[in-house]
Design a protein around this ligand. Structure first.
Ligand SMILES: Nc1ncnc2c1ncn2[C@@H]1O[C@H](COP(=O)(O)OP(=O)(O)OP(=O)(O)O)[C@@H](O)[C@H]1O
Length: 251
């Protein structure tokens, strides 16, 4: 049996950055049509390869702007690699940036249904799980307020509660716990633990190395798009922390 659920094969992700300043949309369109707009190639992830097996928990670590979220988006299929391929076996429940899948002008109640649909659930399914979502998020008193008035922690509560009503094959959690309070973080960690006991594979991005060590068994350290190390969580986190400490000492 092939138990590899995410196979990242020599993946390079490229963005085109406009290399000149453009002040307005009209100027942009004219330049694109005249083929005068210059782009600079920027590789956010370079030749990344690793394999994640069923039931494993992987942490992605690295400093700001190193390519963690970009790699997660490619695993979710939101971004297409410029080179290489990613093979995913199973259903992914992605919990990416805060507010992704939410409409800021709709209420929490409406957003539960909207976000559920974005994740591929029927209205019927969302009706059945509505109370469970509200209970987990502890937002009973704010159900009819528009999301734009929510704090980042409240958005994280709602997003996490929706993304984890199903027991997906692969759960992807990007830095979302950072904005939740301590009690909510513990509640989320417990739920992730339970999901992993049930066989869910986890891919987790966090700047809290303690959380990565606690939750994950493997890790990838990425730095400015380069994969620095892949392997057992403690080895990778030790190497990453050592490099961070050296960086701090130099300053
Ligand atoms: N849509 C985009 N267009 C152009 N550049 C992008 C785009 N998305 C990300 N980048 C660039 O790719 C690089 C990696 O960004 P990414 O968000 O993956 O970093 P990260 O490791 O998740 O950072 P952080 O820890 O700060 O969240 C950054 O330099 C960022 O500016």
């Amino acid at each position: 049996m092939n138990d590899v659920v995410v196979d990242v094969r020599n993946v390079t992700i490229r963005f085109n950055l406009a290399s000149e300043k453009i002040d307005n949309l009209k100027e942009y369109v004219i330049k694109v049509l005249k083929r005068e707009l210059l782009f600079q190639e920027f590789l956010a992830v370079k030749d990344a390869s690793f394999q994640i097996r069923r039931g494993e928990a992987w942490g992605l670590v690295g400093s700001n702007g190193s390519g963690k979220s970009t790699l997660l988006k490619a695993i979710c299929g939101i971004l297409k690699p410029y080179k290489g391929e990613i093979i995913v076996n199973g259903v992914i429940s992605p919990l990416l940036e805060l507010g992704a899948g939410f409409d800021q002008n709709l209420t929490a109640r409406e957003n539960i249904f909207l976000n559920g649909t974005v994740l591929g659930h029927s209205m019927d399914y969302m009706h059945k799980h509505f109370d469970e979502i509200v209970e987990f998020s502890e937002l009973q008193d704010f159900l009819d307020s528009p999301i734009k008035n929510f704090s980042s922690g409240m958005r994280a509560r709602l997003g996490f509660a929706i993304a984890t009503i199903v027991r997906p094959d692969i759960l992807i959690v990007d830095e979302i716990l950072a904005v939740g309070d301590y009690a909510f973080q513990q509640k989320c960690l417990k739920r992730m633990d339970e999901m992993m006991s049930g066989g869910t594979t986890l891919i987790f991005v966090s700047h809290s190395i303690d959380q990565v060590r606690e939750l994950c068994d493997h890790a990838v350290w990425i730095n400015k798009g380069d994969i620095m190390q892949v392997g057992p969580v403690d080895e990778v986190c030790d190497a990453y922390m050592e490099s961070m400490e050296k960086k701090v000492a130099k300053k």
